[in-house]
Design a protein around this ligand. Structure first.
Ligand code: DX5
Ligand code: ZN
Length: 214
């Protein structure tokens, strides 16, 4: 069974606490929180206070996606703010192994993410160390984009690499995901589905989440 991680980037921020409660009560397992710094990606979103507010609103898993430069500088504060899974970008880090160890030493799950142009093979030695691999299916930075089909193929490669290495991190996909394209991602091995606009802009959130679960 896949897990659904709605991205709060598309939620109604003037009613943040209730938006969080609404997705959890309608079947979401994780809450996806997209942190952007205006440097690693050309957009700025939010930071520690919002993670804290989410923590105060739910006991569900907070899945924090850091689209920031120098992630190592901020890991501790995201952990203190209440993140459960801390995912950073391979492209933003000099020493991924050390960052993963740091996240684990704080008692949190570690995820690593790759952008559309980054080949999955760069993660060969890291898949055994992480709890989650996040394959971006759009260029990070904005919600509401169209999924890039070639990225879906990378999920298959990651899955195969994990089987060969004898490890089983969660495989998460993020960007442009709808009821129409979710099946191919699942078939390729994804088991955590991020969806922003498809969930938050839906007329019926429960229905949208259950369509993604299939
Ligand atoms: C993009 C973010 C995504 C985004 C997904 O940089 O990482 O999580 O919010 O939004 P949709 O599902 O609308 O593409
Ligand atoms: Zn994300």
């Amino acid at each position: 069974m896949v897990k659904i991680s709605p991205s709060v980037l598309s939620c109604d921020f003037k009613d943040f606490g209730n938006e969080i409660k609404k997705i959890v009560s309608n079947g979401a397992e994780y809450i996806h929180i997209d942190v952007m710094d205006g440097h690693f990606v050309p957009n700025i979103s939010f930071g520690f206070p919002l993670v804290k507010a989410a923590r105060e609103s739910t006991d569900a898993v907070l899945d924090v996606h850091l689209m920031i430069s120098d992630p190592e500088k901020y890991i501790e504060r995201f952990a203190d703010s209440g993140a459960d899974i801390i995912t950073f970008h391979y492209e933003a880090a000099e020493n991924c192994g050390e960052i993963i160890e740091k996240i684990h030493s704080l008692g949190k799950k570690a995820g690593i993410s790759i952008k559309p142009a980054t080949p999955p093979e760069v993660l060969k030695d890291l898949i055994k160390k992480v709890d989650l691999v996040l394959v971006m299916t759009v260029e990070p930075g904005f919600g509401g984009q169209k999924l890039i089909p070639e990225c879906a193929e990378k999920v298959k490669v990651i899955k195969k690499m994990c089987v060969q290495a004898g490890c089983s991190p969660e495989i998460e996909v993020d960007g442009g995901i709808t009821a129409e394209n979710v099946n191919m991602l699942k078939e390729n091995g994804a088991n955590v589905i991020v969806a922003g606009s498809f969930v938050f802009k839906a007329e019926n959130i429960k229905e949208a989440i259950s369509q993604l679960k299939g």
